[in-house]
Write a protein that binds this ligand. Structure first.
Ligand code: ATP
Ligand code: MG
Ligand code: FE
Length: 332
């Protein structure tokens, strides 16, 4: 079974060919980060334009590197949402054009289902599984009772983890995207500053806006008192707060739902501190922890192909009326 995955939900134009749902034959990612950096974030119109320029090149490169042609494909899996509508449409329309021209079925994929199934590219998933999704736009605990079924048991009530990282990085004057910079600084500092943890008692939900405000206030107050705060220590303290809440809630949910596996997913899964803390926490538990390699954590199309394979086997097909859906729900 050969699936072509296409991803254009944000600022990466990506295409990949996946064999039997688990083997990466090619994985091409054209990143636009350099174009958005000077604006401190992703500019939707610029993203769409880059996707238009890149999509044909990226698709052809993915097929070339995989050594396959369109006729060999069993299905095309494309991110239909959530994301920037103008960006999603480029991928969806490219998928429809290729599918129509070559008579190949299309499977619309939820971007977060893609992040979760990146884990299937490194090992077989055992159900029930719990995914800790930490990305630029999402922070969620998702229960997978069987292949391709998703139940959100907790989610952020305000900022996503990645968003909080990027905002804290901006207040420290670090370039976009700030997550990796905070991660790097945190390794050099000590978590000596007192910052809050939002436990939201009895719930698997998350909240990071209070923490973000506390970081800004800490910096501001120190400035007014003429004191200097080491950015390394601030980064370490912020990261400690984020990681503690994520790890404690993931462990609690994994036990309560008696899952066999915990799947780390999303761009923030690239975080060194989080990877280490989760590994430690699950070491003595009879629950398997899956952590994808860095290149499968941030946006890519291999993960869309992997999720596509699962949904294709479940019988999911999308019609020629497939549209980009910025508010797509993972549970339906
Ligand atoms: P979503 O997947 O929710 O639609 P997105 O696709 O924009 O959002 P991803 O590409 O999954 O998000 O992840 C990008 C985010 O990951 C950014 O916020 C970035 O700062 C963060 N990130 C990347 N590497 C690290 C790291 N090492 N530590 C912390 N955050 C990181
Ligand atoms: Mg991105
Ligand atoms: Fe993403």
């Amino acid at each position: 079974q050969l699936i072509l995955g296409i991803e254009t939900s944000c600022d990466e134009t990506a295409a990949a060919v996946i064999k039997n749902g688990t083997e990466i034959l090619s994985n091409v990612v054209a990143s636009q980060i350099e174009s958005h950096k000077r604006f401190g974030g992703v500019v939707p119109e610029i993203a769409s334009r880059h996707h238009v320029e890149q999509i044909t090149i990226v698709l052809e490169e993915a097929l070339l590197r995989a050594g396959v042609s369109y006729e060999d494909l069993d299905a095309i899996a494309v991110t239909e949402g959530p994301g920037l509508v103008g960006a999603l449409l480029i991928g969806v329309n490219a998928a429809k054009a290729v599918a129509f021209a070559h008579g190949i079925p299309i499977v619309g994929i939820h971007h977060i289902a893609g992040h979760i199934y990146a884990n299937r590219l490194i090992q077989e998933i055992e159900y029930p599984a719990l995914s800790l999704v930490v990305s630029g736009g999402h922070t969620e605990l998702v229960l997978l009772e069987e292949p391709g079924s998703f139940k959100v048991i907790g989610e952020t009530r305000d900022d996503a983890a990645g968003e909080a990282y990027d905002k804290v990085a901006r207040t420290l004057g670090l370039p976009y995207p700030g997550g990796p910079h905070i991660d790097r600084l945190a390794q050099m500092g000590s978590p000596s500053l007192k910052l809050p943890r939002a436990w939201l008692e009895g719930s698997y939900d998350f909240s990071f806006s209070g923490l973000k405000s506390a970081v800004i206030n800490t910096l501001h107050n120190a400035e007014q008192r003429g004191e200097k705060i080491e950015p390394e220590d601030l980064a370490a303290s912020f990261q400690a707060s984020v990681i503690e809440v994520l790890v404690v809630k993931a462990v609690k949910a994994a036990k309560e739902y008696k899952v066999k596996q915990v799947l780390l997913a999303g761009g923030v899964a690239a975080n060194k501190g989080l990877r280490e803390a989760l590994t430690d926490a699950f070491l003595e538990l009879p629950i398997d922890l899956s952590i994808p390699p860095l290149y499968l954590c941030t946006d890519n199309a291999a993960m869309i192909g992997a999720a596509g394979s699962v949904m294709f086997e479940k019988g999911k097909r999308s019609g020629m009326d497939l549209n980009g859906n910025p508010g797509l729900d993972i549970e339906v």
